[in-house]
Design a binder for this molecule. Sequence first.
Ligand SMILES: C[S@@+](CC[C@H](N)C(=O)[O-])C[C@H]1O[C@@H](n2cnc3c(N)ncnc32)[C@H](O)[C@@H]1O
Length: 301
Amino acid sequence: MPALPRRSGPADALGGDSGPDGGRAEGGRAEGGDPRGPLPGVVPSPNAWHHPDAYALENAFVDVERRVDAAVREVADWTGLDVVDIGCGPGVMLPRLAGADPGPGEDAAAAARGAAASVVGVEPHPPLRERARALVAGLGPAGSRVSVVAGTAQDLPLPDASADVALARWAYFFGPGCEPGLAELDRVLRPGGVAVVVDTDASRSTFGGWFARARPWHDAAAVRRFWRRHGFAERSVDVRWSMPDRAALEAVVRIELPPALADEVLAGHPGTSLDDAVAVRWRRAGGGPAGGSPAAVGGSA
Ligand SMILES: C[S@@+](CC[C@H](N)C(=O)[O-])C[C@H]1O[C@@H](n2cnc3c(N)ncnc32)[C@H](O)[C@@H]1O
């Protein structure tokens, strides 16, 4: 997930660049020897690019109740629909969208009933594309509904009006600067389709506070205004990290924060859990928010 990396785009406390716009590194380059060459407009994502194991831990344990998935489904139920997962990274959401990764308390049959008709994962970083493809290859029949393709949010490799739901989780859509991607959403969504953007809510929670300290240029209020101006509704979802052990919690914190800050916050935060807040923002193509209410899910709006 979560650029600064997962969590938010841009600039990376771990060695990326930063700037007043949030540190977004437009024009960055994808690594990994894509035969087409690096794709323009890629936002570096050091957590997912350089720390795949810790990133997998993060995805497995920072929202064990899958409250973010539930909020996304509430505003854009993808059952039987054509879905694009923009910046899919290693493919965390692909099995869930394909109905092959039951959530807590859900059985396999129920998950399968909630499957999308088709899922396209779009990912600019070749090694992550390969990871996502390997994951999909292991899904069995549900994998036949999923494809993983090279591309960026600003230049989606999809026909006009070909998707019902466009999801971007901690990928590219971090606020000001992502207007080219918004135009692509308008192009690829069918009338009535829903765009959903998921990112860290840096305005609250313990992790949100750490995140904001790591990114002093990040202006959560300005980001919120940006999304409102572009017609997105928002809800802020409480999530709880519940790590299997202390080493896992520390590993994840260290891919999200610069080393000195990570040392400091970890020294003052014992245990294996952490409260976090995630912003889920959505807009229906053709105008207006989709279903769901812009209230908080287990937290304040
Ligand atoms: C923090 S990861 C999130 C991955 C995945 N969505 C998840 O929730 O785990 C950010 C992803 O966005 C990808 N990315 C970077 N620039 C992008 C762009 N311009 N368009 C689409 N994806 C981009 C990165 O390569 C990386 O896979």
